[in-house]
Design a protein around this ligand. Structure first.
Ligand SMILES: O=P(O)(O)OC[C@H]1O[C@H](OP(=O)(O)OP(=O)(O)O)[C@H](O)[C@@H]1O
Ligand SMILES: Nc1ncnc2[nH]cnc12
Length: 182
């Protein structure tokens, strides 16, 4: 049972703590800055509680969070849902043997890596990030999990920029976002 009594008021409170920063990191990009939300104890807790309430029924054994903002929401959700946390990192950061996958970003290109021994074959696994834009990061993270043989339960985001059609990249599992910006 959710701890939230008024979901729409909670969502409005969370949305009010996400700041638009125009032309960052490149001209034409409206950057969704979550730092005001993270700094607000009640707002941050509300966001985690709502995401946990929406995702708990999936009963994940692992939450996978993508560096770096995915660590913040992924780790909090892993704790809340009683799951392990697996970091997917930018290249060269993980110390043991990795799988690696390149992807395009709204404002550049990058790659993500995961430890080859991060989970057991068939483990129930949920990917979490703060924001879905073009879907490149999430698609690459999903590809890493396929290589690990995970049972991919879905993709969960705090914010989805729906006008970028990122969810079309993830045909392999359901996508769930708390705040959808059309
Ligand atoms: O859907 P996409 O177009 O792939 O974009 C979404 C990704 O972009 C941001 O991360 P970023 O790579 O900026 O790194 P950061 O979390 O370290 O800021 C965000 O946290 C997502 O991971
Ligand atoms: N517009 C945006 N705001 C914040 N993070 C992002 N990651 C990719 N696009 C973004």
């Amino acid at each position: 049972m959710s701890k939230i009594s008024d979901r729409s008021a909670a969502l409005a409170q969370i949305e009010g703590l996400i700041r638009d920063v125009p032309d960052f990191p490149k001209p034409g990009i409206i950057f969704k800055d979550i730092t005001p939300l993270l700094g607000d104890a009640k707002g941050f807790a509300l966001a985690i509680d709502l995401m946990a309430a929406d995702l708990g029924h999936l009963k994940p054994e692992y939450i996978v969070g993508t560096e770096s903002r995915g660590f913040i929401f992924g780790a909090a959700l892993a704790y809340e849902l009683g799951a392990g946390f697996i970091p997917v990192r930018k290249p060269g950061k993980l110390p043991a043997a990795v799988h690696s996958c390149e992807y395009d970003l709204e404002y550049g290109t990058d790659a993500v890596e995961v430890h080859r021994d991060a989970l057991q074959h068939g483990a129930r696994t949920l990917i979490v990030d703060d924001l879905l834009a073009t879907g490149g990061t999430a698609r690459a993270t999903g590809e890493l999990l396929r290589r690990l043989g995970a049972d991919l339960l879905g993709y969960a985001f705090l914010i989805e920029l729906a006008f970028l059609n990122g969810r079309q990249q993830m045909a392999d599992a359901p996508v769930q976002s708390l705040i959808i910006i059309e």
